[in-house]
Design a binder for this molecule. Sequence first.
Ligand SMILES: Cc1cc2nc3c(=O)[nH]c(=O)nc-3n(C[C@H](O)[C@H](O)[C@H](O)COP(=O)(O)OP(=O)(O)OC[C@H]3O[C@@H](n4cnc5c(N)ncnc54)[C@H](O)[C@@H]3O)c2cc1C
Length: 429
Amino acid sequence: MHRIAIVGAGQAGLPLAFGLLDKGYEVTVVSDRTPDQIRGGNVLSSQCMFGAALQIERDLGIDDWDATCPPVDGISFSLQSPDPGGGPLIDWKARLDRPAQSVDQRIKMSAWLAQLESRGARVLVQKAGVAELEALADTHDLVIVSAGKGEVVQLFERDASRSTFDAPQRVLSLTYVHGLTEADDYARVSFNVVPSVGEYFVMPALTLSGPCHIMFFEGIPQGPFDMGRQALTPGEHLDAAKQLLRTWLPREADRAKRAELTDARGVLSGAFAPVVRKPVLQLPSGRHVFGLGDAVVTNDPISGQGSSSATHASKVYLDAILAHGDAPFTRDWMEQTFERYWTYAQAVTQWTNSLLMPPPQYRLRLLDAAVRSPAIASAIVNGFDDPPSFFPWWSDADACERFIAQRQDSVHNAPDAQEDGMNQRFATP
Ligand SMILES: Cc1cc2nc3c(=O)[nH]c(=O)nc-3n(C[C@H](O)[C@H](O)[C@H](O)COP(=O)(O)OP(=O)(O)OC[C@H]3O[C@@H](n4cnc5c(N)ncnc54)[C@H](O)[C@@H]3O)c2cc1C
């Protein structure tokens, strides 16, 4: 039976480690932090995961938080007037066919890493670089690098043909809070777009101290939602978030009035450029290592897809490893396995990148049509669980018009003046 090393104890690497261990493989997991360090560290993500990815965890028997994590039953969308306090121009919501959930990665990864060790995986706590990868490649049949945005992944070559941006498109800022008022009707991700300013999401989640909400700003660089410019204490970070809501999103400000930090490590801010890398790295010795998850496909979190995608990738890789039997893991096998994942991931990347740019007019018509058509709203919301389902209608004007017509004939009579007005209000970041 093959020996497999997985470098990086995150949402991509750990489900793969469980799957391999279950099938009798010898598994080494390399983590740059111990379970206690992960649990006691800063929040890492808003990590909202959708139904299909959660099912992969259930199938592996690692869905340990299904009973305790508050469900996310739907998504609401609002396109705000760009004038501060101007209110929504478009506003709708729809239920997910199956709930999503967000479990603080500090809880999840620390627990999974400890469980893996107790089930027989070898856990090495070290920050792997080239020397460590060489040593692992020497003693294992396959080395998988699932080190997220760690320095080591920069060794994988950027794939210019698949990477749209070379700079961050948003500055990210997370605040984990207790005391935020639940959305009316059903628990959901509230997705608010302020043209030329950025986006604000708020969603229920589970953190170390129990159920909570995550406030998440995506700021266009240098704009009002860009909270990454000053070094703020966690308390100042929360105050700044509330102030932004009061100015730009009064309805969300009301919900956040009594919000308090869950813990002093419940804030995060930063920025990174979305990137697709070549999946295989050749080490100086000539051996190859294989990238997985964010290490090779990093999307902006605007679409909330990174954790789900990492899980889908781990499943594609697991199936490919199991199907490969005792055959050696060649560079060709790695590239073919990645291409299998890319058939899914390219839709995620294309859709996510589209959200970072001002929408074309046909898409504004689609978003507006969803106000009157529950079928359109549902298709958009459930697309978060199945991004390939967005195509072709999300990105092709004719297909989009047909899609709207099939679901709601009356939207052809929607007022063009309002659409034109909305369109003019978006500016390129
Ligand atoms: C602000 C923000 C909000 C987000 N919100 C969402 C969301 O709502 N929904 C969603 O699906 N996704 C979201 N994401 C993205 C999601 O968190 C990631 O896509 C996902 O965690 C990727 O999993 P991964 O295993 O590839 O990488 P990671 O989860 O980053 O795991 C990589 C692990 O490798 C470790 N590591 C790094 N370097 C080394 C090394 N040299 N040696 C050993 N270990 C190493 C790291 O410490 C880490 O533990 C968000 C991300 C951010 C930044």
